[in-house]
Write a protein that binds this ligand. Structure first.
Ligand code: SIN
Length: 283
């Protein structure tokens, strides 16, 4: 087991921290894992710099947080099926994850977290933004909090705005799509305000990629409030923006974070490996 000298540096007022001095290709001992886990809970998204990881090593690190799940709409790698390759080629225009969202909220047990590793990045552009859903919830009025407390959001995989669904419809997508015909049927109901199982804090849990309506309301009735909440949730003061370097591994907490992959690098290649960690049912 390698000696590790971890240093955590906050990158923005609301969320996000850089992590230096850990080598995830070595066996990460319990003390180092505990420190990373605590930093993950404290900062919601970590950018762990200067890594050199194979897909199985990335999967092993992600598995320290819990069992991995397989993304339903893109085929995994041969040597690490729980990892998908997210790639945008110079001649492609649609990117993966180019809308604010929390990952796959249309699943009954949506992922606790996502581990994304940068293999090729454009010279400029291709940053990812993150937004803190604890802060978004805390900033709402008491009246709005009261109203949201009994609302249940319905998420659907059918919205073609993000992720594998959006890439899958791209004519020249280099990612291998799966299950595109099943998306209409994949839906889940979750509280609009969820309580984080580890920190006990309340977080807003509505996103513009997957939330289609509120239970007991029509889509038309739900839309204005979904739009208000999604705009509110991504106010600049709740966000941070990360410029990738090859070898950075990010891990974010989908239970209290939304993210957005910025699509501003047409003509350049960007290639990432992504693993998602199985979560529990939101309460
Ligand atoms: C995603 O939505 O998981 C992709 C994020 C990114 O590529 O920056």
């Amino acid at each position: 087991m390698a000696k590790q000298n971890m240093e955590v540096r906050r990158v923005a007022g609301s969320l996000g921290a850089d992590v230096f001095g850990v080598d995830l290709s070595q066996d990460v001992g319990n003390q180092v894992y505990d420190d990373i886990h605590q930093a993950f809970l404290d900062h919601q998204v970590l950018f762990i710099r200067d890594q050199n990881l194979t897909p199985p090593q990335q999967a092993d690190f992600a598995r320290r947080f819990g069992p991995l799940n397989e993304y339903p709409f893109v085929k995994g790698l041969e040597n690490a099926p729980e990892i998908i390759e997210i790639v945008k080629e110079p001649d492609e225009t649609i990117n993966f994850g180019g809308v604010w969202h929390s990952d796959t909220t249309y699943l009954d047990d949506p992922p606790l977290g996502t581990v994304l590793y940068a293999l090729e990045v454009p010279p400029a552009g291709g940053d990812t933004m993150y937004a803190n859903m604890y802060d978004a919830y805390d900033a709402l009025s008491d009246g709005m909090k009261r109203m949201l407390s009994s609302l249940v959001g319905i998420s659907s995989a059918a919205l073609r705005r993000s992720g594998g669904r959006a890439k899958g419809i791209g004519k020249d997508s280099t990612m291998t799509p799966l299950n595109m015909d099943k998306a209409e049927a994949i839906m889940a109901e979750h509280p609009v305000v969820r309580t984080h199982p580890e920190t006990g804090r309340k977080a807003l849990y509505v996103n513009s990629a997957h939330t289609v309506s509120f239970k007991g309301m029509t889509e038309a009735e739900s839309k204005p409030l979904i739009e208000f909440l999604c705009t509110h949730a991504t106010r600049p003061e709740f966000t941070c923006r990360f410029k990738w370097e090859v070898g950075t591994l990010a891990i974010w907490d989908n239970r209290c974070v939304q993210h957005f992959a910025i699509n501003d690098y047409h003509g350049e290649r960007r290639r990432m490996h992504r693993a998602t960690i199985t979560g529990d049912r939101p309460h």
